[in-house]
Every structure is written in C-alpha cells, then in structure tokens.
Write a protein that binds this ligand. Structure first.
Ligand SMILES: Nc1ncnc2c1ncn2[C@@H]1O[C@H](COP(=O)(O)OP(=O)(O)OP(=O)(O)O)[C@@H](O)[C@H]1O
Ligand SMILES: [Mg+2]
Length: 487
C-alpha cells in the first residue's frame, strides 16, 4: 500500500512543505471525522490537472462508515465529482442539498478546500452516513457545530496548527470526553465522559458555566502556585496538552482553539482519564529500576569474589596455582562487566561494543609490557540481549587470552576482533598472527579448561558454531557464528 508521501510525490505537484502540511492534517483529522460523524477523503489535484487522487482516508469512531473499501490511491476525472471541483474552483465549503443514494444508503456529501498559507492544496470530501441519524441531541449538535468550525479553519489555513509540538503519546479523542469553551474560557458544553472525569477529579458543582482554568486549578493545585501551562490549556488559548492529577485521578487535557473568520470564538478541550495507564507505567518503571539495582548488586558481588581470588593468588607460592587463580579473576571480571553495563540500561539489552572494548582493553593490560600487543576491534556488535552478551563476553575473554598467552608468547603481534552482524546472525573472528597452533593440535579433543568453556558457551548456550583454524599467512583464527534471537 503506497504511503501518502509516495502518492503525493508520484502523482501530484505538492512540494515538500505541502506534503508536510498534509501529514500534520492527517495526523489530527480524526477529530474532524469524529465530530462530524463522517468519513473523510483527502483529494489532491493530479499533476496534469485532469482529475483528483485520494491520498488519505479516515473513518469516524463515533458513527457508521460510508466506505467499507479503501479509497486511497483511487483517481477520479474532473467533472466526475462536481462537488470536489466546485470547492476547489470557488475556494469555499460546498454542501449538496439532497442525500446521495448511489451507494445504497443515504449519504450527505460536503467538500472543504484545504489551504496552507496563501494557496490551496486539495479538497477534503466529508461523507455522512445518514441511515442511523436520529433527532440530534445536545451532544450531537455541539459536535456538528464544532466540526463546522474546524472545517472552516481547514479552509482558512488555520488547522492543523503549524509549529505545534508533535504529539508523542496518543492524545485524547472526541469519545474520551469533550468540552466546548466560549471565548472567555467558560464551559458551554460538557460531554458525559468529560463530566465524569471532572467528578473523579473531585468536582461537585456543575461544569457548564464554570471557568475551566480556575475550576481545574482549584481542584488540582489547591495549595501550590498555579501551573502556568494548565491555565493556558484550560483557557483554550493555545493548541497544547497538559496533564492534571487530583485525588489519585490523572486526566489529560488537550486544547484546540477555534479561530474562525479572523477571530478566536472559543475552544474545544478533549479530556481523557489516564489514571490506569499512568499506574501501569509507574509499575513498569519500578520493575525496571529493581532489575537495574539487582544487576548492580550482582556486579558488586562478582567484584568481591574477584578480589578474594586475587588475594588468595598473591599468597600462593606455586606459580601455576597463582596463574590459575589470576585467570579465574579475569573470568569473573568479564561477567561483572556485562552486569555493570546492564545496571545502566532500562532494558535487558546492552551495547556490546562497549563491553567488547573493555574486555579487549583488559587483555591488552594482561599482555606482558614488552609484548606490545594492541588488540583492536573491527566492525560493530551493536545492541545484544543480555542472554547473548554474558556468554559472549566470557568467550571473547578466553580467546583473547589464548592469543596473548600462546600465540604471541610475549612477542609483539597483531590481534583483531572482526565483527560482522547480519539480521539473524553474528559472526566474530578473533585473529592473531602469532606462532600458530601446536603441531597435531585437535581443538575437538582438547581437555584444557579455556577452550572447553568456549565450546560449552558457543555451542551449548548460544546454539552457535565454532571453528579454530590456522590463519592464512600464519597465526590462528577462531570463528564464531551465532544466531541472534528475533528482536
Ligand atoms: N591463539 C592461539 N595460538 C596458539 N595456540 C593456541 C591459541 N589458542 C589456543 N591455543 C592452544 O590450545 C591450547 C588449549 O587452549 P585452552 O584455552 O583450552 O587452554 P589453556 O589456554 O592452555 O589454559 P586455560 O584453561 O588457562 O585457558 C593451548 O594450550 C594452546 O596450545
Ligand atoms: Mg586459554
């Protein structure tokens, strides 16, 4: 399915700023569809002006749709839909007298020219399915009046709001709760949901006739200095959002100033009770914080273990025993690095480049000073889940250690960790140009601890493949090929 931008670029003469305007219109026109109880279709003139192409469509959540099929991508010729042509030619909102029955249900059609700054970009077709229309209630009348104000704003280039901050979370919809304010910020209509939200905030009096800013501030900020942003939103002066809390209830407010015919005539304020949503977010946040704290403590404990082993190593007179303990210190240390990194991130995901670089630096330190081995990383690991990161850090430690200890045996050389990451697999090559594997060496049958650890982790834990080969040109090359869990 082509996107709005695809269609606009391919078939119309809209420039980049026009398309941006269309995006922001479409990101906010649910409001117009809901208040109108109507389907919306956005028609843009074809580049050769021979007709129209539909680049976006919206169904109402407040009423039945007219179009069960997708209209986006459909083209019509000039003359085929006179109402669209007229709105465009005469730069005005057009409304047909009689309902159209061609689709089997009575449909009222209306067209609204879309304006940006001083030029027109297209036409919105608004189609209302009248089959379920009843005698309108106060709610419906308020909605329809507000829809007609918004349509006027679209035709005058005042909606969508240019330069308004993009709305990141889902902002309230018409069905969540709606207030209409007059110019002075007094409530002239409150939908039942909006009223309930204010009841939960603690309101006992009537909302209609009240000044929304003052009323809300009295409920939510009784002892505090008044929140400036709230006053702006609740007076309906600027297109903004805010959140207020009282008595354990959290309510989101979004103001849509109505500016018609050059003057501000009032505002709509959409209202949504987000108490449950915020409670769940808070729960998740404490859970994240707990997990981070646990990683932090595990890291501390591992460092204590490493320190104890180091102490013991120093007391040993037998060099072999001392070396073995020092190696254990390094193994524990590389696990601690992973936990430390995890204790800084909110997710169970780590930037493994960081970890690899620290493990690599640790190896460089271990190598005898005269050896002058500076290991380096080529390519990037990217972000890895912790269940891959921990074993991989240990594997890297062992392989780098071997290269320094056996490959170079205190001679200078080149040591590289070469990474290539695909969508589903990670390939890592640890390559040294040292003296190579011993004569007749069979990596499969070695009983020494280091390679056993490596094999267990790579094949067992990571379900990957391991190959240890002589490097062309001398030295040793160990290749890991590890499947990555689906994101
Ligand atoms: N990069 C390398 N270059 C040359 N020989 C290597 C290399 N890596 C491993 N080897 C050989 O493989 C053997 C097994 O390695 P392994 O890591 O399993 O044990 P180790 O390093 O001897 O002891 P440890 O258990 O302390 O790691 C080594 O003793 C060494 O002979
Ligand atoms: Mg080893």
């Amino acid at each position: 399915m082509p996107t709005l931008s695809d269609l606009a670029v391919r078939h119309t003469a809209l420039n980049e700023a026009d398309i941006e305007w269309m995006h922001s219109l479409v990101s906010d026109w649910q409001l117009l569809a809901d208040l109108s109880f109507a389907d919306l279709i956005l028609w843009i003139p074809l580049r050769d002006a021979s007709g129209w192409i539909a680049i976006a469509q919206m169904r109402p959540t407040t009423g039945p749709t007219v179009y069960h099929d997708d209209i986006v991508g459909v083209t019509v010729s000039k003359g085929e839909r006179p109402l669209i042509d007229t709105a465009w030619d005469e730069r005005r909102i057009c409304r047909e007298g009689d309902p159209d029955w061609s689709s089997g249900v009575p449909v009222r059609e209306e067209t609204i020219p879309v304006r940006r700054a001083d030029h027109f970009l297209g036409v919105i077709q608004r189609s209302t399915n009248l089959s379920s229309a009843r005698t309108p209630s106060r709610l419906e009348l308020t909605y329809l009046q507000s829809a007609s104000d918004l349509a006027q704003m679209v035709a005058e280039g005042r909606f969508p709001f240019s330069g308004a901050e993009p709305i990141l979370v889902r902002s309230p919809r018409v069905g969540d709760g709606l207030l209409r304010l007059d110019r002075a910020g007094r409530v002239t209509y409150a939908s039942p949901n909006a009223l309930s939200a204010y009841r939960r905030l603690g309101l006992n009096a009537d909302l209609v006739g009240a000044e929304l800013g003052r009323t809300t501030a009295a409920l939510c900020y009784s002892d505090e200095p008044i929140n400036e942003n709230l006053m702006i939103v609740a007076s309906g002066r600027e297109p903004r959002e805010t959140e207020v809390e009282s008595g354990g209830t959290v309510v989101q407010l979004r103001a849509i100033p109505l500016v018609v015919g050059g003057g501000r005539i009032g505002a709509l304020v959409l209202i949504r009770d987000v108490t449950e949503l915020r409670r769940r977010e808070r729960e998740l946040m404490t859970k994240d914080a707990t997990i981070r704290e646990i990683h932090h403590r595990v890291k501390n404990n591992l460092q204590t273990v490493a320190a104890l082993l180091r102490l013991q190593a120093r007391r040993l007179r037998v060099p072999e025993g001392r070396e073995a303990l020092e190696e254990a210190v390094r193994r524990v240390g590389s696990i601690a690095i992973v936990h430390e990194t995890l204790s800084h991130t909110p997710e169970e995901q780590v930037d493994f480049d960081d970890i690899a670089d620290r493990v690599i630096a640790m190896t460089g330190e271990v190598a005898a000073p005269e050896a002058k081995v500076t290991p380096r990383r080529v390519g990037t690991f990217g972000v890895l889940p912790s269940e891959v990161a921990t074993p991989l850090a240990m594997v890297l430690t062992e392989l780098l250690q071997n290269a320094v200890q056996h490959g170079f045996a205190n001679r200078p050389g080149r040591l590289q960790v070469i990474v290539s990451r695909g969508d589903e697999r990670l390939r890592v090559v640890v390559s040294d140009d040292g003296r190579g594997l011993p004569e007749g060496f069979d990596p499969e049958s070695t009983t020494s601890l280091g390679l056993q650890i490596v094999r267990t982790l790579v094949v067992g834990e990571l379900a990957g493949r391991l190959a240890i080969d002589p490097r062309p040109g001398g030295g040793t090359e160990v290749t890991l090929d590890i499947p990555l869990p689906a994101a």
